[in-house]
Design a protein around this ligand. Structure first.
Ligand SMILES: NC(=O)C1=CN([C@@H]2O[C@H](COP(=O)(O)OP(=O)(O)OC[C@H]3O[C@@H](n4cnc5c(N)ncnc54)[C@H](OP(=O)(O)O)[C@@H]3O)[C@@H](O)[C@H]2O)C=CC1
Ligand SMILES: O=C(O)C1=N[C@H](C(=O)O)C[C@H](O)C1
Length: 269
């Protein structure tokens, strides 16, 4: 089979650079285009050089329509606004779309689901093997321990992160809610301040820390009577997310339209 030709969206960002670097050294895939927003200072620069991967002869552009004419898929770590536009484009062009962007609203998710009627879309708040395995453990532990164990999810990320709680924290919260057969929307407590009163029975709490260059730390704490179980993942390098995204793109190639999760790709449901 010919190389899978991939567009990278958010090409000058932290994740875009990690993905381009990985594409440059992975057989079976090639960089078709590198996209940024229309005001990006990186426009026109060689995407490979920008990412530290050496010249690839692909200039960073802000023209997704032209990019989609000769591509098999999009790997997208950008912004919610860009991701929903790219999902519509993937649907039109019938190409794969791997969405790593977080901070998506309920409305954004609806638009992505609609696009997935026409394209194979893999969307996940975390593309790493470790976190997706952790989510499946969290579901099982939440089911086994029952509601006398309080669930709290703590995350820490670098100072530049713009959304909270992280996409991963929400993914882990969904896993805990599934384990307990409750709705996360009804049980989640996203912040506490002042005289909050005692903890609500069955709540799934979130706490957010930001600082320095932390790639991504997540802990799910099950606090019960007289004992506490803590499940933790620490991301040390963005390559783990890039590797997962590339694996997702290759997995989705030739698959029928639909909205898939990383758990489908990794077989860790
Ligand atoms: N699912 C996962 O495994 C992971 C998800 N993420 C998520 O991925 C996203 C990106 O993270 P990160 O790389 O750290 O963030 P960055 O801010 O470094 O990168 C995002 C890039 O997208 C660019 N961008 C803005 N608008 C557009 C557009 N219309 N088209 C294309 N690109 C555009 C931004 O440009 P500008 O700065 O000029 O606005 C920026 O360069 C975040 O939502 C993050 O939470 C991150 C790591 C792993
Ligand atoms: O913004 C980041 O950096 C990360 N975002 C994702 C999230 O919101 O969970 C994944 C990872 O933790 C890094």
């Amino acid at each position: 089979m010919s190389d899978m030709r991939l567009i990278v969206a958010g090409a000058a960002g932290r994740m875009g650079c990690a993905v381009i670097e990985l594409i440059a050294k992975t057989p079976g895939v090639s960089l078709a285009a590198a996209l940024e927003g229309p005001k990006s200072p990186a426009l026109g620069q060689d995407a490979g050089i920008y990412a530290g991967a050496g010249g690839l002869g692909i200039a960073i552009s802000s023209d997704p329509l032209t990019a989609a004419l000769d591509a098999d898929g999009i790997i997208d770590f950008s912004t919610p606004h860009a991701s929903i536009e790219l999902a519509a484009l993937a649907a039109q062009a019938r190409i794969v779309h791997v969405i790593g962007t977080t901070g998506l609203s309920a409305g954004d998710r609806e638009k992505i689901a609609a696009a997935a009627n026409h394209a194979a879309i893999v969307q996940s708040g975390n593309m790493s093997l470790g976190i997706n395995l952790l989510a499946s453990l969290v579901e099982k532990v939440a089911q086994a321990l029952g509601p006398e164990f309080d669930i709290e999810i703590v995350e820490m990320h670098h100072r530049m992160k713009v959304d909270a709680p992280s996409g991963t924290a929400l993914l882990l919260g969904e896993a805990a809610a599934r384990g307990r057969a409750v709705s996360l929307a009804e049980q989640s407590v996203r912040s506490r301040d002042g005289h909050t009163g005692a903890r609500a029975e069955g709540a799934i709490g979130f706490a957010t820390l930001r600082g320095g260059t932390v790639v991504g730390d997540h802990s799910v704490i099950f606090a019960g009577p007289g004992e506490r179980l803590e499940l933790t993942h620490k991301a040390e390098d963005r390559t783990i997310f890039a590797r997962g995204a590339l694996r997702a793109a290759l997995w989705a190639r030739g698959r029928k339209p639909g909205l898939y999760a990383m758990a489908d790709v990794l077989g860790v449901k």
